[in-house]
Design a protein. Structure first.
Lengths: 248, 51
């Protein structure tokens, strides 16, 4: 069957997507485990010691991928929220709601690991630097989105209100990304960029990229797990969910 | 492999608390998320079976 013959839109309905998501989870979970294991091996056994920061720099292998995920997942969440708002698509609203907790988790991990890195390198767990502050605002945006989702009783109104909130918050993502350029920050500049050669050893870069791919696979697996919970809970009164015999 | 011994590896050049703290906290948070989701799915299934 060619890719063109698959009826892609079929999977935009919850009854069709629910079993598909269930079948996909194990593949992404296995991929996440393998990639994270490979990333840890590269990060701890192949990447050399940093000549300035010693072994403390090894925090980079989770810190940078987690920070990337925190921003990617926010954009993805806002994208689904926009689709839900514009097309009134049920599944898109559920996807947006399912992405938020994982995005918030990666934001928290980026802040925590940054703190563990800042203490030995800068002598402080926290500084009000533009990069750190804008990342903290990202955490508050996720929390705000989740609070709106749970505070409004009517599901459709909750989805609409939180979608508008998520879209307004998108402005923060480029601020985080370019903060190290726009302001004079204590936080170091971008580790890799599209226009310059990476400012790190190849094995370091490779470990970071493998870890980032692992975090992607992890995120897809847990978001699919969560969207299945959300579908099941929101559609529990629907005929297809009532009649469903759990097989996958 | 550039670690001279297991002790040297665990010592992380004097940054053990920071490095292992970061990795430990990350692992704990990711596993917690998976566990909570499994619990949520199981709770729904239990409720459905009771109905």
């Amino acid at each position: 069957m060619s890719l063109l013959n698959i009826r892609w839109f079929k999977y935009s309905s919850p009854p069709a997507f629910y079993p598909l998501a269930g079948r996909m989870i194990p593949y992404f979970a296995v991929a996440a485990t393998l990639l994270i294991a490979a990333g840890l091996y590269l990060g701890f056994f192949e990447a050399p010691t940093d000549f300035q920061q010693g072994e403390a720099y090894r925090i980079i292998f989770i810190h940078v991928p987690a920070a990337w995920m925190s921003m990617f997942l926010y954009l993805l969440m806002a994208g689904y929220a926009a689709l839900a708002l514009g097309l009134n698509a049920r599944l898109s609203a559920m996807m947006a709601a399912s992405l938020a907790p994982t995005g918030a988790l990666f934001t928290l991990i980026a802040l925590l690991t940054g703190s563990f890195w800042g203490k030995p390198m800068w002598g402080a767990w926290w500084v009000w630097d533009a990069r750190l502050t804008s990342e903290l605002i990202l955490l508050f945006l996720y929390i705000g989105y989740l609070s709106l989702q749970s505070a409004i009783e009517d599901r459709r109104r909750a989805d609409r209100a939180s979608a508008v909130f998520a879209l307004v918050g998108v402005v923060n993502v480029p601020i985080i990304y370019f903060s190290v350029k726009w302001w004079n920050t204590l936080h170091q500049g971008a580790s890799i960029s599209l226009t310059k050669a990476p400012a790190m050893a190849h094995t370091m870069l490779l470990a970071m990229l493998v870890m980032a791919l692992g975090f992607w696979m992890y995120s897809i697996a847990v978001v699919l797990m969560r969207v299945r919970c959300v579908i099941a809970e929101r559609e529990r009164e629907a005929g297809w969910m009532r009649d469903r015999v759990e097989s996958d | 492999m550039h670690w001279e011994s297991l002790q040297a590896f665990l010592h992380m050049g004097g940054y053990a608390g920071y490095v292992w703290g970061s990795y430990g906290a990350t692992a704990a948070l990711l596993l917690l998320e998976v566990w909570l989701l499994k619990r949520r799915a199981a709770a729904f299934k239990r409720k459905k079976d009771e109905e």
